[in-house]
Design a binder for this molecule. Structure first.
Ligand SMILES: O=C(O)CCC(=O)Nc1cc2ccccc2cn1
Ligand SMILES: [Mn+2]
Length: 231
């Protein structure tokens, strides 16, 4: 019940959203990793999945590029990717996903040291592991301060069973003596620090495995990276 005379500055956010923000802040503080299940309404997840499949049918995907286009590229990463800002007509549900993640990140900003300088993000990278053992070897997303501070991945795989299909995301948090194995299940969102704190790999997948990833920038680190890049 608002105190009489005091202007109620709290935005009329749904309680759910505040609880979710609290959950993300706590997990990022404690583990540097946060898994959120049932992130959107299932209908939204379905619509996003249909858009991703349509992108694949339009052959919008290409092999995940490597810095060194080594002959054994497939031995390092087997994902097929395409980038989108979610504004094209066939990607408006991906655009909705991006806006929902933006909203969570924005709400976390004030509560989390690591989020305080967050501003800007990449476009969304839509990835498909075509099965047949496609995997991604252990790596760090941002090993050398390119500005990316948080990795957010939204999974779209219904009835995924890692025991028979593989494809789990294995995280090896440097500061915690544990290994997290995350199944890429439908409507699951994961956040983790993009830097050396979170080496991770995708185990060989034996079914088609879809995910949408967005990276958020730390403005200070990003600015430094861009200025050093041009100089
Ligand atoms: O799908 C998952 O569970 C994670 C896959 C993953 O780590 N993908 C990935 C994809 C990347 C593409 C370009 C540059 C860096 C990258 C780092 N990681
Ligand atoms: Mn990665």
């Amino acid at each position: 019940q608002p105190t009489p005379g005091v202007i109620n500055t709290a935005h009329p956010r749904s309680k759910k959203s505040n609880a979710l923000v609290k959950y993300v802040v706590e997990h990022m503080q404690k583990f540097g990793i946060c898994v959120v299940d049932k992130f959107l309404n299932p209908e939204n997840g379905d619509a996003i999945l249909e858009e991703v499949k349509a992108l694949r049918d339009e052959k919008a995907f290409h092999d995940g590029q490597l810095v060194s286009d080594s002959a054994s590229a497939k031995d390092i990463r087997g994902d097929m990717i395409t980038w989108t800002d979610g504004s094209d007509p066939g990607t408006k549900n991906i655009g909705f996903l991006i806006s929902r993640i933006d909203s969570i990140i924005h709400q976390c900003k004030g509560h989390l040291e690591g989020f305080k300088n967050i501003s800007g993000r990449t476009e969304a990278m839509v990835a498909c592991y075509p099965g047949k053992g496609a995997h991604y070897v252990k790596h760090v997303d941002n090993p050398n301060k390119d500005g990316r501070c948080v990795t957010c991945i939204y999974y779209l795989n219904k009835d995924w069973d890692s025991k028979t299909m593989g494809g789990s995301l294995q995280l090896y948090p440097r500061e915690h003596d544990m290994m997290a194995s995350v199944d890429p299940i439908f409507n699951r969102l994961i956040f983790f620090w993009s830097d050396r704190r979170n080496p991770h790999e995708v185990m060989p997948a034996f079914n088609t495995r879809y995910a949408v990833t967005v990276w958020y920038f730390d403005a200070i680190e990003r600015k430094a990276a861009l200025t050093s890049a041009v100089s």
